[in-house]
Design a protein around this ligand. Structure first.
Ligand code: F0G
Length: 472
């Protein structure tokens, strides 16, 4: 048998509850068919996100108890600073309470109206902050990135030729280039170290700083070691250092990187660090805590160290691959190759009979919750903003993300998820679409509420119960 083996054991557990299907149906209706709006007490397997939900290690917990809660000059801060200097090798570490807080501050300092930021792919909060300052993203993903099924090992790469062209077309308007390692919205797909090197050389040639969003870097480090021949014998720390040396500004959400909750910006440019430093106390908190408790500073320090341990970071990608492989065997449309972050169902191929304007991914996420108690996340049209003319902007990819918080689930949880997804695939024609009930102006996926276009959910429940699944 081929299956992933965990190199850790559980010592603290949390009891789960699987509510009956009629309660789940009621809960998703109250939530406006938006999985963000569900209460976690109604959720069996929470695959909404890996953000702040990764399991804590015993070493993290032990370090948290040694935290020095001081408003300024906390020892915990200096411990974290030292670890980050070892990992990212930058002179300055400026803390912020989470990833989007880093994006807010960096955008304030670096973006002017009319600026264009080339990137391999946008992330929702990053784009919102850049737009808030009057700039915008230019997405330069490779063609392969938009193919649901591929065997390209690095679908997250930036297209180097397009980047060369962008430097010509937008001369003087590019404040920095942003690489997201690995890409959240195209299925946790990584970029190669070679691609980072080529990007860094181009940026240096044009005198433009290179920024990395390292929130999902840990999975990307795993993929560089396991998929990029030249790095198979290097340690994770060596790979991380080699990447960091090519990047000018690194920021991260420690809700992902470091398996804790928090964030920060690492850079060596003294002038820029000075500008950022002025904004931290205004928006986050004093510069030795940045809105985080010292316990979190300690947890991130240990978490970042543990991220350099190959065994430790292998669990996520290997669990994801196990689930992807099983779904592929059953013919379920899922993004391949397996990436980091989670399993991504292709709602467009799953529900071709639902119109794109009726939110295929949100419909699939809602149906999956009803029949399994699993909470996934819509990553499609609902997560886009409308076009300037008011029309729905149909997303490039219409995905349901089933995130894999690290070291949280077991293989039996995954088997349950696989079983329910296959049932849904076999009964897909019962799933219908959704329409707006209440639509926010921006980041619509957080609070937007949707109604069903018919009674398809009741019919889905009826079939499920008829087949004898009603006890679970
Ligand atoms: N960058 C990336 C690549 C992210 O995935 C996230 C968060 C952020 C920045 C923002 O960080 O949440 O700490 O403010 N992604 C979460 C997710 C929300 O569920 O994928 P944050």
């Amino acid at each position: 048998m081929e299956f992933p083996l965990e190199m850790h054991k559980a010592s603290i557990i949390k009891k789960l509850e699987l509510k009956p299907i009629d309660e789940r149906l009621r809960a998703i209706k109250v939530a406006g068919n938006n999985t963000f709006m569900l209460s976690s007490r109604d959720v069996f397997l929470d695959m909404l996100t890996d953000s702040g939900t990764n399991a804590t290690s015993n070493r993290q917990l032990a370090a948290m108890l040694t935290a020095d809660e001081a408003y300024s000059g906390s020892e915990s801060f200096f411990r974290l600073e030292a670890v980050l200097q070892k990992v990212f090798r930058k002179k300055f570490f400026l803390p912020a309470h989470q990833g989007r807080a880093c994006e807010h501050i960096l955008s304030r300092v670096l973006i002017k109206p009319g600026d264009i930021v080339p990137t391999n792919y946008h992330f929702t909060t990053t784009r919102a902050h850049i737009r808030l300052q009057g700039g915008d993203f230019l997405e330069l993903f490779i063609d392969e990135a938009m193919k649901i099924n591929s065997n390209h090992p690095f679908k997250g790469n930036i297209d180097i030729d397009k980047l060369k062209q962008a430097f010509k077309d937008h001369k003087g308007k590019i404040p920095f280039v942003r690489l997201e390692a690995g890409t959240n919205l195209i299925g946790g797909q990584p970029l190669s170290l070679e691609n980072i090197r080529q990007t860094a050389e181009l940026c240096r040639g044009h005198g433009v700083p290179l920024m990395m969003d390292a929130s999902l870097l840990q999975d990307n480090l795993y993929f560089i070691k396991t998929r990029e021949e030249a790095y198979k014998d290097k340690s994770i720390l060596e790979i991380c250092n080699e990447i960091a040396d090519m990047i000018d500004i690194i920021y991260f959400s420690a809700r992902k990187f470091g398996a804790a909750r928090g964030g920060g910006i690492c850079l060596s440019d003294e002038r820029l660090a000075g500008q950022i430093r002025e904004l931290i106390p205004l928006f986050e908190g004093f510069i030795t805590y940045g809105g985080m408790s010292s316990m979190e500073l300690e947890a991130i320090a240990v978490g970042a160290e543990e991220t350099m341990d190959f065994d430790n970071i292998s669990q996520g990608p290997r669990f994801i691959k196990f689930m992807v492989d099983e779904l592929v065997k059953a013919g379920v449309p899922v993004v391949t190759p397996a990436g980091g972050l989670g399993v991504h169902l292709d709602a467009r191929s799953f529900l071709p009979h639902v119109r794109p304007q009726e939110f295929q991914a949100a419909s699939l996420a809602s149906a999956l919750y009803i029949i399994s108690g699993i909470r996934g996340m819509e990553r499609g049209t609902m997560a886009e903003d409308r076009n300037p003319d008011g029309a729905e902007h149909i997303a490039n990819l219409e995905l349901v993300r089933l995130a894999m918080p690290r070291r949280v689930f077991t293989i039996s949880h995954l088997k349950f998820a696989i079983d329910r997804i296959i049932w849904l695939w076999q009964n897909k024609e019962l799933i219908g679409g959704l329409k707006w009930h209440s639509e926010p102006k921006m980041l619509r996926f957080f609070f937007g509420e949707l109604d069903t276009v018919s009674d398809w959910q009741e019919r889905l429940v009826e079939k499920f119960e008829k087949e004898g699944y009603n006890t679970l």
